[in-house]
Design a protein around this ligand. Structure first.
Ligand SMILES: Cc1ncc(COP(=O)(O)O)c(C=O)c1O
Length: 228
């Protein structure tokens, strides 16, 4: 039996995630990865690489909370937003029973994470104006534990109507988490849902330091190092 055959069926059936880099192309500015276009100088202030990093670093949490206008206890640090996407599936979805829902066209990692773990992906395509099809979502929520909504959306750039977010949050109350993926919120900071966290305990907001903060390589290096 080959090693490939030992892998779980759902892992063998996976379509590999196509990162912006893998899709190819030439040049120095990678708009489809939304990386910061220039290298920003960073320096290590101490020789701490012999130690495992603190998993919830206080200084990062406090500074990010101040930046985002939330309380430090509302912030959880992960190795990139991608790890946050996967942790939510692992923590809230029972493989073979629960589902995640998202609205294509949208970010590819929601399906990769769910499929790797063996959790059903339910999709409700956006309407012609790239906004949420709320009646169709309402009809598709059975067994859904996590709803991912990317705003501004990758790849359309669409900001989801705040009123539609409210309707979605009301229809999912006590049933499912709503995850607002705000990886691109620095393009439109006023559209953040951060101020709604107190009102909706089932709202999760994903942010990243990979884009506007020019740290894509740092998150990737941490992920690589800690997975060894
Ligand atoms: C919408 C969206 N969410 C999350 C991520 C992942 O971000 P990170 O680099 O923090 O894992 C990306 C990366 O391209 C993205 O486009």
């Amino acid at each position: 039996m080959s090693i490939e055959q030992l892998a779980r069926d759902n892992v063998r059936a996976l379509t590999p995630y196509q990162s912006a880099r893998r899709l190819g192309g030439k040049g120095d500015v990678w708009l489809n990865a939304n990386e910061y276009p220039t290298a920003v100088p960073f320096e290590l202030s101490q020789q701490t690489l012999n130690r495992y990093p603190e998993c919830q670093p206080k200084a990062v949490i406090e500074n990010y909370a101040a930046y985002a206008g939330v309380k430090p206890e509302q912030v959880l640090v992960s190795r990139g937003a991608d790890e946050g996407i996967e942790l939510l599936v692992r923590a809230f979805c029972e493989p073979g029973r629960d589902a995640v829902l998202f609205c294509p066209p949208t970010y590819g990692m929601y399906s990769v994470s769910a499929e790797t773990i063996g959790v059903e992906c339910r999709t409700v395509p956006t309407k012609a104006d790239w906004q949420l099809d709320l009646p169709a979502i309402a009809d598709s929520l059975a067994n859904v534990k996590v709803v991912y909504v990317c705003s501004p959306n990758n790849p359309t750039g669409q900001i989801i109507n705040p009123q539609d977010f409210r309707t979605l949050l009301e229809m999912t109350r006590d049933k499912a988490l709503v995850v607002a993926d705000e990886a691109y919120i620095e393009f439109c900071p006023q559209a953040t849902l951060a101020g709604w966290l107190a009102e909706y305990p089932h709202l999760v907001i994903l942010r990243t330091l990979s884009k506007a903060f020019a740290l894509a390589g740092c998150a990737a290096a941490l992920r690589w190092r800690m997975k060894r």
